[in-house]
Design a protein around this ligand. Structure first.
Ligand code: NAD
Length: 338
C-alpha cells in the first residue's frame, strides 16, 4: 500500500482523498487543513488524520475540538507522495518544500505547466509520468477535451480542432464569486489558455479554443468542431465513444437535455456528492459535415479530474505500466460505470 497525503482539503482535495481511500493499492495517511471548519470535522469523521498546514493556528483547532496529528512536516515523513490541491498558484510555491522533504508531488490545473514541468492525462500521456517526481494533472476543462479528443484521434486522426467552452462561473459552494447576471468572455482574448493546455498532454495537436463564463455552478459545457484526417461515419464515432472509459453518451430525448438534468442523473446513480466523473457527450449533437465532426459535451468541473489523480499516483510511484489497467482499476474502485 503506497502512502498518500493530501495538501489542501477543499473541492478537489476531499474528492481525491475519497478516491484514493477507495483503492486497494494506496491509502490516505493524512490531509492538511488550515481552518477547523465543517470540512475538517467531516474529514475526522471519515477517518482521515488531520495535519496543520498553518501550525500557528493550532489553538483554533483546539477551540473547535478537532484533533490534529501534527504539522504538515510530520505528514511529509509518512508519505510516498503528496497530492497538492491548494488554490491555483499556491501549489507551485509548495514544490520547494516537497523537494526539501524528499516527497513526490502531484499538482492541479490551477498551476502553470511551465512551473511544474510535466502535465498528465490518463489517456493522453500516462507513460511520460512513469517514475516522475513532480507532475500536474491538467484542469477540468482540459481533461474534458482530452477524454473525447483522444479516442477521435485514435479512430481517424485529427487535422484541426476548434472548441468553444461555456464555463461555469463558480463552484456551487463559492458564494462570493460571479457572474450573477452577465456573460463574460473569459479570457476575452483568442485563443484561450485551454488549447495550449491540451497541447501539454496531446503533443502537436492543432487546436484553438475560446471561452466564456456564464452564471451557472453545475457544469462546464463544450462545443467542438473537429476536422478529421480520414473518413468515418457517425456510427463509428458513437461506437468509439461507447467503448471509451470515462465518456458517457447522453440522450437529450431521454430527459438528459441539460447540465441540470445530467447532474440529477449523477445523484440518481447514488454518486458521492452527486459527482459525475465521466464526460457526458450529447448523442444528438454528433454530426459530420464536410469531414468535420461536431459535438457538444458536459464536464463536471468538481470531479472529472479526480480519477486522473489516482492514475497519476500509479504512474509516478511506478505501480502500473499499463494506462488501461490503471484506468480500469481506478474506475472499478470508484464505481465509475465503464
Ligand atoms: P478550494 O479553494 O476548494 O480548496 C483549496 C483548499 O486548500 C482549501 O481547503 C484551502 O483552505 C486550502 N489552502 C489554501 N491555502 C493553502 C496553503 N497555503 N496550504 C495548504 N492548504 C491551503 O480549491 P479547489 O477548487 O479544490 O482547487 C484546487 C486546485 O484544483 C486548483 O489548482 C484548481 O485550479 C484545481 N481545479 C479546480 C477545479 C474546480 O472546479 N474546483 C477543477 C479542476 C481543477
Amino acid at each position: 500500500m503506497k502512502a498518500v497525503g493530501i495538501n489542501g482539503y477543499g473541492t478537489i482535495g476531499k474528492r481525491v482523498a475519497d478516491a484514493v481511500a477507495a483503492q486497494d493499492d494506496m491509502k490516505i495517511v493524512g490531509v492538511t487543513k488550515r481552518t477547523p471548519n465543517f470540512e475538517a470535522k467531516r474529514a475526522v469523521e471519515l477517518g482521515y488524520d488531520i495535519y496543520m498546514s498553518a501550525p500557528d493556528r493550532e489553538n483554533l483547532f483546539e477551540e473547535a475540538d478537532i484533533p490534529v496529528k501534527g504539522t504538515i512536516d510530520d505528514l511529509y515523513d509518512k508519505v510516498d507522495i503528496v497530492v497538492d490541491c491548494t488554490p491555483g498558484g499556491v501549489g507551485a510555491k509548495n514544490m520547494e518544500s516537497y523537494k526539501k522533504a524528499g516527497v513526490k508531488g502531484i499538482f492541479q490545473g490551477g498551476e502553470k505547466h511551465e512551473k511544474i514541468g510535466k502535465s498528465f492525462n490518463s489517456f493522453s500521456n500516462f507513460d511520460d509520468s512513469f517514475g516522475e517526481d513532480y507532475v500536474r494533472v491538467v484542469s477540468c476543462n482540459t481533461t474534458g477535451l482530452c477524454r473525447t479528443l483522444n479516442p477521435i484521434k485514435e479512430l481517424c486522426g485529427i487535422k484541426k480542432v476548434r472548441a468553444v467552452m461555456v464555463r461555469r462561473g463558480a463552484d456551487p459552494g463559492q458564494v462570493n464569486k460571479g457572474p450573477i447576471n452577465a456573460i463574460v468572455p473569459n479570457p476575452p482574448t483568442v485563443p484561450s489558455h485551454h488549447g495550449p493546455d491540451v497541447q501539454t498532454v496531446m503533443y502537436g495537436l492543432n487546436i484553438t479554443t475560446m471561452a466564456i463564463l456564464v452564471p451557472t455552478t453545475l457544469m462546464h459545457q463544450h462545443n467542438l468542431m473537429v476536422e478529421l484526417e480520414s473518413d468515418v461515419t457517425i456510427d463509428e464515432v458513437i461506437d468509439t465513444f461507447e467503448k471509451t472509459p470515462r465518456v458517457l453518451l447522453v440522450d437529450a430525448s431521454r430527459g438528459l437535455g441539460s447540465t441540470a438534468e445530467i447532474m440529477e442523473y449523477a445523484k440518481d446513480l447514488g454518486r458521492p456528492r452527486g459527482d459525475l466523473f465521466e464526460i457526458g457527450v450529447w448523442r444528438e449533437s454528433l454530426n459530420i459535415v464536410d469531414n468535420e465532426l461536431y459535438y457538444m459535451q458536459a464536464v463536471h468541473q468538481e470531479s472529472d479530474v479526480v480519477p486522473e489523480n489516482v492514475d497519476a499516483i500509479r504512474a509516478m510511484l511506478e505501480m502500473e505500466t499499463n494506462p488501461e489497467k490503471s484506468i480500469s482499476k481506478t474506475n472499478k474502485n470508484m464505481g465509475i460505470i465503464k
